[in-house]
Design a protein around this ligand. Structure first.
Ligand code: ADP
Length: 166
């Protein structure tokens, strides 16, 4: 059984993430999509909301399991019996950080490979932060996020704006 962990913030999951997950499913028996809990990173959605969105969007992919973890990704991957960590690469700008992270993880856990999947061109411009900015200003999110995520983004910013007006 070949298990891979796909770690990230998923704040929120986008069509770019979804494409990477579907492609990883063709390479592994089980893909664990895991939210890395990082208190230093300010997220728009709570951990529970992000987990709910992952469950909603990934429910039809039988090889996928959804989870969250604290601490080092390699230690989490070890506990899950994973042989690989999946990361997506969009532009050269992703490369530098990812390269350092992959080498650090290799040093900590030489038995776990980091596997980079190159983004599909049509998703290369999509990031969680860009999606949040478009949603904040009420722009069209078609083809950027799965429909349940769009609904959540609209609701979240409606709520934030309502609270701001009170
Ligand atoms: P992190 O905070 O760990 O960067 P993200 O949720 O932003 O978490 O991203 C998780 C992984 O998915 C990263 O490897 C990132 O490069 C990759 N990724 C994000 N957006 C895309 C995309 N549009 N196409 C391919 N990979 C992507």
């Amino acid at each position: 059984m070949r298990v891979a962990v796909y770690p990230g913030s998923f704040d929120p999951i986008t069509n770019g993430h979804l494409d990477i997950i579907k492609r990883a499913c063709q390479l592994f028996d089980k893909v664990i999509v895991a939210i890395a809990e990082n208190p230093q990173k300010k997220a728009l959605f709570t951990l529970e909301e992000r987990l709910e969105m992952l469950h909603e969007v990934l429910k039809d992919l039988p090889k996928v399991r959804v989870d969250a973890y604290h601490g080092l990704t390699v230690e989490y991957a070890r506990r899950q019996g994973a042989c690989a960590i999946i990361r997506g690469l969009r532009a050269i700008s992703d490369f530098e950080n990812e390269f350092v992270m992959a080498l650090t993880n290799k040093k900590l856990a030489p038995e776990i490979e980091t596997l980079f999947l190159m983004t599909e061109a049509q998703y290369s411009f999509i990031s969680s932060s860009a999606v949040k900015e478009v949603a904040y200003y009420g722009g069209c999110l078609k083809d950027m996020v799965p429909p349940p995520v769009e609904v959540r983004l609209r609701a979240k910013f409606r709520e934030i704006k309502r609270l701001g007006e009170e």
